[in-house]
Design a protein. Structure first.
Length: 259
């Protein structure tokens, strides 16, 4: 189990938001935290801890008037810390290589691959051709419907027909280097993790998986470690004190590392 940093950028500012609340037309979201510091400040902070493999998400779509401000912050991080951050937000086969060349270790993709409610294998193969599977993170962030979890797209607002299962992971593992899975129903709410999802993901023995969503106390961090048999990596955002939350950053790292 590893701790994976996160830097979410919206309207040109580092934020922690409540999952599924982004309104692209109005450029609004329910916010837990808006930093006065820029993305590079947090990248410097994580670098001091020697952390790598984090994800940085540009939350504005390309047609937003804030997109250039958001992208400028992300590019500054990639320039200073090349081959350190995975970058997501509007990635497709046409622009993926430019992000890798700018310094991203991987590109993170959801909506381009999950089209019209299902996996678009043509787009997935184009992406692999563009940058290679070793530079791809497939974002299978999901929401619960009944007793199952389904991949959601367009900033977690649209359900697909693709259920998150071990079989789905096996089908997609040949096209990616890692999976990133936010439990979108609890993301940013600090209300507890999706234990059923974590337990299921803990049975996966393939490429790395990073889980995010719902952590509100140290017991949640330990539960991810135990329920997943120490196999999942974890991201904690809103609950951390560096983002205005109640959990001490160093203590969370100690829980993850088992020290």
């Amino acid at each position: 189990m590893e701790f994976r940093p996160c830097i979410d950028i919206h309207n040109g500012k580092v934020k922690q938001i409540v999952g599924g609340t982004l309104d692209d037309e109005a450029n609004l979201a329910s916010e837990n935290f808006v930093s006065k510091k820029d993305a590079l400040f947090f990248a410097d902070f994580y670098a001091d801890e020697g952390l790598r493999g984090g994800h940085m998400i540009m939350l504005n779509p390309p047609d937003s008037p804030y997109y250039n401000d958001t992208k400028k912050q992300a590019m500054a991080v990639l320039d200073k810390y090349p081959n350190t951050y995975q970058l997501g937000g509007g990635v497709n086969a046409d622009n993926a290589l430019s992000y890798i060349e700018a310094g991203a270790s991987h590109v993170i993709v959801t909506s381009y691959v999950f089209k019209d409610g299902k996996i678009n294998y043509d787009n997935l193969k184009k992406l692999v051709d563009a940058v290679g599977k070793e530079h791809i993170v497939l974002d299978l962030s999901c929401r619960r419907k009944g007793d199952e979890y389904y991949v959601v797209t367009d900033r977690w607002q649209k359900f697909t027909r693709e259920e998150v299962t071990l079989s789905l992971l096996a089908d997609l593992a040949g096209y990616a280097d890692e999976f990133l899975i936010h439990a979108a129903d609890v993301e940013g709410k600090q209300c507890g993790i999706e234990r059923d999802l974590v337990t299921m993901l803990g049975k996966w023995e393939g490429i790395p998986v990073t889980y995010a969503g719902g952590v509100g106390d140290y017991d949640d961090v330990m539960a991810i470690k135990e329920l997943s048999n120490d196999r999942l990596n974890v991201t904690v955002g809103s609950a951390l004190d560096i983002f205005g939350g109640p959990l001490n950053y160093e203590t969370v790292l100690s829980c993850v590392r088992g020290v």
